[in-house]
Design a protein around this ligand. Sequence first.
Ligand code: G1P
Length: 296
Amino acid sequence: MSGKRIKKAVIPAAGMGTRFLPATKAQPKEMLPIVDKPTIQYVVEEAVAAGIEDILIITGRNKRAIEDHFDHCVEIEATLQARGKEEELKMVRDISAMVDIHYVRQKEPLGLGHAVYCARKFVGSEPFAVLLGDDIINSDVPCIRQLIDVYEERGGTVLGVQHVDWNDVHKYGIVSSYSTNGPICRVGSLVEKPLREKAPSNLAVLGRYVIEPEIFAVLEQTQPGSGGEIQLTDALNELAQSRPVWAYTFTGKRYDVGDKLGFLEATVEYALRRDDLARGFADYLRRLVREDPHLR
Ligand code: G1P
């Protein structure tokens, strides 16, 4: 094992969610549910399943509901107890007991790089995990655990990547030069949201990172890039010039729940994976395919 143990994770959740208006006008996009669970809970559960002990959520204005969700809810717990609803009571209590969650506010929306920079005091001098809430990943081994395993073997910084459709490269941080064979490659450089015509590859960073603390010194100097924002990708590109950065093609299906179509896909597929819903929902979908003119 070459790396230190990864105990801390950072979940940036300060974005305004403009792609999901009006649903996100008065509630954080991270609280939109996939079936019956807020998206951010899937991300927290992934971190916990990977052995993370402390989580820092970077919030912004309008994000109180996230803190409330991971806190005790005295009224609900008392009501469930009085009604003898043991199962629901356990579910509600488990959410607040899952892990230690800390919060810091990003006071201005200056970009993902700046949001991660807000975590520097929490992180200190240890390597840490970053999980973006717009990406939900269904896999046997939690995606961030897969990255931690690579980190423990090789050290350095590890980015979770997969090939995406060429028409979508402008949405992602793209690995632009690398030496490879197999699922792990050494990153030469990265570029944030390139135009399709200029994209050097379609190998995209999909919201999961294990990062060395050296990133903070780089972020301190990083100038605004794509979209006028301080980009984590630009800082990682800089880091890759002096330290090893690995791109790891993780195993699992990733859903872009920050996108309306991705959100719907996740909703349908997660419902079909649920024992209590799969049968009835599958019957309904079959009927719909037979009868709905849009599906013929
Ligand atoms: C962010 C990152 C980008 C990454 C993407 C993954 O972009 O800046 O590098 O590929 O998440 O989903 P955003 O989707 O926040 O614009």
